[in-house]
Design a protein around this ligand. Sequence first.
Ligand code: SF4
Length: 331
Amino acid sequence: MTPMLEAKGLVRRYAMRRGLMGRSVEVRAVDGVSLSVERGRTLGLVGESGCGKSTTGRLVLGLEAPDAGSVAFQDKPMPPAGTPAWRALRSRMQMVFQDPLGALDRRLPIGAQVQEPLDIHAIGEAKDRPARAIEALRAVGLRPDQAARYPHELSGGQRQRAVLARALATEPALLVCDEPISALDVSIQAQVMNLLMEQQERLGLGILFISHDLRAVRQVSHRVAVMYLGTIVEEGEPDAVLHDPAHPYAQALVSAIPHPGRTGNRIVLQGDPPNPADRPTGCAFHPRCPVATAFCAREAPVLKPRNSDGRLVACHVAQGDVAPAVTQRAA
Ligand code: SF4
């Protein structure tokens, strides 16, 4: 299947000043990320806070320009942000953020906010747009009378539904969801994820689902990519990655998922996540990796197929190039 979104070798660097009078250092927030999203499929992007997931989401939508690499949407290069060609594409690519209250305008009724992208992109006849906005609200399970409500008059779950209605009103081809459920109660999280999957089926949406929650990612995704310090370290089918993670970082993430009856197999990583401005040499995970070897500190592994199951892994040990060091796994 041809991907509707294809990103190759994305790099995004920021300058950061150390201390008040300190010199400026370079932070590589995203460091050579390649990914693709197909029509009607979801790619889950998972990793700790600060690993570069959100920056990757903004890069693939063209909201930020990469320092290197390329993004193609529906077989055409992504136009530079702010240009008429990019604005014309925005109705086909939408983003859903973590905080629904922050994403909505508190001074405008929900219906007007759902209609806004239809007005901006001049979609349909002006006289039909209020009805289309109501339809979009209905599609996400909100009642027509709720169109007149203001964001603070809705619950958190209803607000996130309104955000989804706004994103889906233009019938986009691609949806980038950045932690769309992490601000919601657990009971509402399942409803919003089900809604996303229903709308995906209805519209054939390609979704990039960004989350720190591996369980949520597994539920909605057709493929999962695990990120660590700006790079993808493992990518594969959700069941394969969750049942048999190959990369030591993915193994630690999976082992931290609470599981009834699981005892004694949690992998406790040593140390804190490294400062992106002080990136370790070789494999960026080596200072925390339980099986790191001296070779790992010298040579950065490349993301490549591990075997015939379609799994991509960036790890010398998982690829069988070096033997693991003695493990220090804690129970
Ligand atoms: Fe650990 Fe080495 Fe693999 Fe990096 S390359 S994850 S340090 S074993």
